[in-house]
Design a protein around this ligand. Sequence first.
Ligand code: IMP
Ligand code: MG
Length: 171
Amino acid sequence: MRVLVPAERIRERVREMGAEIGRDYPEGVLLVAILKGACFFLADLARAIAGPVRIDFIGISSYGRGKTSSGEVKLAKDLDTAIDGVDVLVVEDIVDSGITLNYLMEVLRQRRPRSLRIAALLDKPERRVRPVEVAYVGFQIPDEFVVGYGLDYAEQYRNLPDIRVLEGAAK
Ligand code: IMP
Ligand code: MG
């Protein structure tokens, strides 16, 4: 599989993002990672932020085992903590159609956080079908299916240190 973003570039970019986020949230921020893909990004991003950080997790399912969104989204695991009055930064591995984040942001907004923004490691802007405003983007990538650094295909390849293009399998 072709390497699209080598581990070293991921490391550098995540450090930059963490520094920027730390400057933007001097009083601290709650990082909400979307299971499971964003866990690797969350772990590195959290350590790159200088100020106070708390973490929580939310589970969303929108994809089956293949590569194409079903268009259906459901909340599979909720947050452990209340977020009213809290500065929340949703941490996601990749924004593709935007269906997942468009739905999740609506759900979280109803809980009245003090602020609510998104940090995504990867963005495939060409694929967007629902609007999503991403405050922090690691890399914009072309319309290719990628795996590694948390991203899977049928639950495989999450542990690859680089981001690679999965070619061949039908979309
Ligand atoms: P969206 O709702 O279409 O934006 O899809 C977002 C979710 O789809 C991400 O959190 C990923 O889990 C998954 N996804 C989208 N594109 C890719 C990809 O290229 N590789 C692996 N997973 C992907
Ligand atoms: Mg995901």
